[in-house]
Design a protein around this ligand. Structure first.
Ligand code: FES
Length: 333
């Protein structure tokens, strides 16, 4: 039995032996390989062969570069050598399909002086999966705009909560808010981002270090952890300039009162407060007794998230343990 490595364009790869179809081997490796009939009839698994050669169940061999290589049915194709394939809608292990959907805007509620909660509803029957910690994009006339999803998936999974900060010093944020107020429906693309907490829960304490609306993905992940009765400690350090900028204090305080979350608000622009003062990540690091074992999720602006990344790394938190959706939608240049 000869093993061949199959490269899937944009999605990594897997090993297949010549006795199994590329579809079977891909499914076994965890790829979301589109399929239905698995006998060459439905065309769901069809894709192109970019390199290498395959032999079909009927004995015909197809080489990359010939006309037939544009439409290979992978449920009946066996690799004869290392191959590269491209299959529409295939997803890598752990990756969720990205969809576009027109969502109803069902509610807009101010949470404080510059943050509003926006509730979107996905169309009925439009199944969408996402993990707590991922983001969506609003597809607006002025271009896509990314927002963390602020709720864990629950019920029929159609409700999506966003926390939108809109301030005069950020004109594009005002445009986004105005668009949401003026339209009953908004187009979205989701999910995005590769920093999440799925059903495979972390095996130790989790730290959430966030600034302003960076609380949104933290809220989604904390809701998910609490629903799953996460057995380890959850730390929430929420930074803001002033007390008025902490826009859902009652929720975080309720988690803390119930003994579910160690909640520490940290204010940077005032000394006259009952809260901790200074920079939020410095407060978290001052309290973190085991940086090497800490699993950290950072939420905030790209500038803040990357600064916290550097500080955590310098303090001994392994880079692989530092997560933020910012790292995906605003990679460091
Ligand atoms: S799964 Fe139906 S044609 Fe391949």
């Amino acid at each position: 039995m000869t093993q061949h490595y199959i490269t899937v364009s944009g999605c990594g790869g897997y090993s297949a032996d010549s006795t199994e179809s590329l579809l079977e081997a891909g499914l076994r490796a965890g790829f979301g390989f589109p399929s239905a009939c698995r006998n060459g009839n439905c065309l769901r698994c069809q894709g192109s062969l970019l390199a290498g050669s395959v032999t079909l169940r009927n004995g015909r061999t197809i080489q990359a570069g010939e006309a037939a290589a544009a439409q290979v049915l992978y449920c009946v194709a066996h690799a004869q050598e290392p191959c590269e394939i491209n299959v529409p809608d295939i997803t890598a292990p752990g990756q969720l399909p990205v969809i576009e959907a027109a969502c109803q805007i069902t509610d807009i509620t101010p949470l404080n002086h510059d943050v509003s909660r926006v509730i979107l509803k996905l169309p009925a029957g439009k199944a969408v999966q996402w993990y707590a910690g991922q983001y969506l994009e609003l597809l607006l006339p002025q271009g896509p705009s990314a927002f963390s999803i602020a709720n864990a998936r629950s019920g029929d999974g159609r409700d999506l909560e966003l926390h939108v900060r809109h301030t005069a010093d950020n004109p594009s944020s005002l445009e986004v808010m105005q668009h949401l107020r003026d339209n009953p429906v908004v187009r979205t693309r989701l999910p995005g981002g590769e920093r999440w907490i799925s059903d495979t829960l972390p095996d130790g304490p989790v730290w959430f270090i966030c600034g302003s609306t960076g609380f949104a993905p933290a809220k989604a992940m904390i809701e998910h952890l609490l629903t799953r009765r996460f057995p380890h400690a959850i730390y929430l350090y929420w930074g803001a300039r002033t007390e008025a900028d902490i826009y859902l204090p009652e929720l975080a305080e309720a988690w803390a009162s119930a003994g579910q979350v160690h909640y520490v608000p940290v204010l940077s622009d005032t000394a006259d407060t009952r809260y901790r003062t200074g920079l939020v990540h410095e407060a978290a690091l001052a309290d973190m007794t085991d940086p090497a074992g800490a699993e950290c999720h950072v939420g905030g602006s790209p500038v803040m998230a990357w600064a916290v990344f550097d500080a955590l790394l310098a303090a001994g938190v392994p880079a692989a343990n530092i997560h933020s959706d910012v790292f995906d939608y605003a990679p460091r240049q």
